[in-house]
Ligand binder design. Structure first.
Ligand SMILES: CSC[C@@H](O)[C@@H](O)C(=O)COP(=O)(O)O
Length: 366
């Protein structure tokens, strides 16, 4: 994805030393585009827990590099297993994190310790390249969906797409999942406009999705999280596309808190509700998302306070609740498959069901 004409990936290795891992500090966006230099595994773990990096595919890719950094310090079996377990535990809901660590370990365990660092960097780079290719394919499969909606509208009106949270290029290595089809449609000249849910409490929509879309020139409007139902009732949303942190084998979808309410409103108003994901986000070991997917509980301070830019230009946080009020902060919810119109994957689109997923991924059928 380009910022001011320059091509970037959301994670890369510094070509100066072939060692340091470079990320954008997402806690500073949209006000400041700061690059963080990660040289130790502990810094990577901190970047993931503090959400300097976030988004399911990206935290998997960055954790893979985190293991490469850990191996530089100690490549022996015990240390590798310990550091891998520590990285995998940094956030619980996105399955891509565990998937990436498991893939790294499968590659590294059979190797002699002295061969592991180089192999780890190479495997992490492969994970990144594959993520970019998968997201580009998701973009193409989602694009044809937008094209068919444009034809169905039978008028040259704007195609209004609502999205929640941030499932754009900054949540992946490049392209994004939910936003990839939107970027492609925009680039092809389709008149797309995006309703951007602000996505309290951390405002990934207002801060990140709006910044991304703006950087790419895609028309968009930021709305409060509760506006979507109203817009759907008034025919102002043609399509919802969101990303996801974990999809079950029967098509239930975990995503940022509030996604479920958007799916309910979409169902009530016959608005198509699509979920975009690389297959690395599918957890084939679970079926019932509401019962089985662990939901991250984050700090109450994310609810009681809001971060933003002060009048003096500094980024700060202000309290918005009474000091004595308790606050709860479940970070994700699960949208049952029955509310999902379909899934957009790198292999094509399918129904959110075991049959739909198995048709695209027959190697997973038991
Ligand atoms: C392509 S990213 C898909 C999801 O990871 C995204 O929608 C999301 O919910 C991210 O949550 P976050 O808590 O910001 O990491």
């Amino acid at each position: 994805m380009k910022i001011n004409g320059v091509q970037y990936r959301s994670v890369r290795v510094d070509p100066e030393d072939n060692r340091t891992v470079l990320i954008f500090d997402q806690t500073r966006l949209p006000f400041s585009l700061d690059v963080l230099r990660l040289t130790e595994c502990g810094q990577v773990a901190h970047a993931i827990t503090s959400m300097q990096v976030r988004g399911a595919p990206l935290i998997g890719a960055v954790a893979a590099y985190g293991l490469a950094l850990a191996l530089r310090t100690d490549p022996d079996d015990v240390a590798m297993e310990r550091d891998a377990a520590m990285l995998a535990a940094t956030r619980p809901t996105a399955i891509n994190l565990r998937w990436a660590i498991d893939r790294m370990l499968a590659k590294l365990r059979p190797l002699k310790p002295e061969d592991r660092v180089e192999a780890a960097y190479a495997e992490a780079a492969l994970i990144c390249d594959e993520d970019v290719a998968q997201n580009e394919a998701i973009g193409r499969h989602g694009l044809s969906l937008i094209e068919s909606i444009a034809k169905d509208k039978k008028k040259t009106g704007t195609i209004n797409i609502l999205t929640h949270c941030n499932a754009g290029w900054i949540a992946t290595v490049d392209w994004g999942t939910a936003l990839a089809p939107i970027y492609m449609a925009h680039d092809m000249g389709y008149d797309v406009h995006v309703w951007v849910d602000e996505t309290r409490p951390r405002n990934q929509g207002a801060a990140l999705t709006a910044w991304e879309l703006g950087s790419h020139g895609v028309p968009h409007t930021v709305i409060v999280d509760n506006a979507g139902g109203h817009l759907m009732q008034h025919g102002m949303v043609d399509l919802v596309i969101v990303g996801t942190d974990r999809v079950t084998a029967q098509g239930d979808v975990a995503n940022k808190i509030g996604t479920y309410l958007k799916a309910l409103a979409a169902k009530d108003n016959n608005v198509p509700f699509w979920v975009a994901l690389p297959s690395t986000t599918i957890d084939w070991t679970v079926t019932d998302g509401v019962r089985e997917i662990p939901i991250e509980e984050r700090a109450a301070s994310e609810v009681t306070h809001v971060a933003g830019q002060m009048e003096d230009g500094l980024i700060g946080r202000v309290r918005i609740t009474p000091r004595d009020s308790a606050a709860a902060n479940p970070a994700f919810d699960v949208t049952p498959a029955r509310l999902v119109t379909g899934l957009i994957t790198e292999r094509g689109r399918c129904a959110a069901s075991a049959a739909g997923l198995h048709a695209l991924f027959p190697e997973q059928a038991t």
